[in-house]
Ligand binder design. Structure first.
Ligand code: AMP
Length: 279
């Protein structure tokens, strides 16, 4: 695997590659890689000729400074995992290479930025817009792969690509889970043993809530999630919402043929975890 820390060197490599007619797949990450990230590399390798992964903890998407400083960083292990997955190129820049000058751009993602993660992490999606647009402009991949664990982020990135009229296809990939159902996340490594056990309750609650939506109604599911998270002293609910899966408009009533998604953000100790399940 080739490793670059400068976009100008990566661009030169990719220009040569593109001249051979190779298609480029791109997997942006913030590192502390796990099998969820690797599943994106695997899909990219299956669908394109040359896969580029980036590892960059993007400061502009953190609205909480502690979250940024505590974000796990495991570069040596990441490189080993990417080598094992036969990733072709890793781009691992420092902040200056991505932001040679301050990025003051303000995106307008409209409604999408006013709900759920947008509402609870002000400025987060603007930072995502900044970094993704810079990476896509530098790499110009044919396809870029994003995990559905960050369901709203995929919608934001699709909107970004539309607004900037970029030619990259955005591909949403399935969520990889631990054997007990907890969505894989770099943040899981920050959980203590006890917190990790409590976090395993998230997928259980989400499935029980889906049953309640179908058997009773959405409010019964919301009441259940509130009660369950309040009961656990180490859990604090940020939001639980049931939405139209295509627009993310919150639903009051479940309509069986309407594609529906349930989404949660919950603190376990100091670690904020997100998950989503189709209904
Ligand atoms: P992150 O490093 O957390 O920014 O994630 C980089 C990419 O990996 C994003 O597109 C995430 O949605 C995706 N990702 C993270 N966790 C998972 C998972 N458990 N399954 C599939 N994709 C994931």
């Amino acid at each position: 695997m080739l490793v670059f820390d400068k976009i100008k060197d990566l661009k030169k490599c990719l220009t040569d590659k593109k001249k051979t007619g190779a298609t480029i797949g791109f997997v942006p990450t913030m590192g502390a890689l796990h099998q969820g990230h690797i599943s994106l590399i695997t899909i990219s390798k299956a669908e394109t000729d040359f896969t580029v992964c980036s590892i960059f903890v993007n400061p502009t998407q953190f609205n909480n400074q502690t979250d940024l400083t505590k974000y796990p960083r495991t570069p040596q292990k990441d490189i080993a995992l990417l080598e094992e997955a036969s990733c072709d190129v890793l781009y691992m820049p420092d902040v200056e290479d991505v932001y040679p000058k301050n990025d003051n751009r303000q995106f307008n993602f409209g409604y999408l930025d006013t709900i759920l993660e947008g509402e609870h992490r002000p400025g987060h999606f603007n930072g995502v817009g900044q970094v993704v647009s810079i990476l896509l402009a530098g790499i110009q991949p044919d396809k870029a792969y994003f995990g559905s664990k960050d369901y709203q982020q995929v919608m934001i990135v699709k909107e970004l690509v539309k607004q900037l009229q970029l030619s990259t296809h955005i591909i949403a990939c399935p969520i990889l889970r631990e054997p007990d159902g907890l969505a894989m996340s770099s943040r899981n490594t920050r959980l203590s043993g006890e917190e990790r056990k409590i976090a395993a309750h998230i997928p259980v609650m989400m499935q029980k809530a889906i049953a309640l939506i179908k058997e009773k109604d959405i409010n019964a599911a919301k009441d259940y999630i509130k009660a369950e998270t309040t009961m656990h002293p180490l859990m604090k609910l940020d939001y639980y919402e049931v939405c139209d899966a295509n627009t993310l408009q919150p639903l009051k009533q479940y309509i069986p043929l309407q594609s529906t998604i349930s989404l949660i953000a919950v603190f376990v100790g100091n670690v904020r975890l997100i998950d989503n399940w189709p209904v």
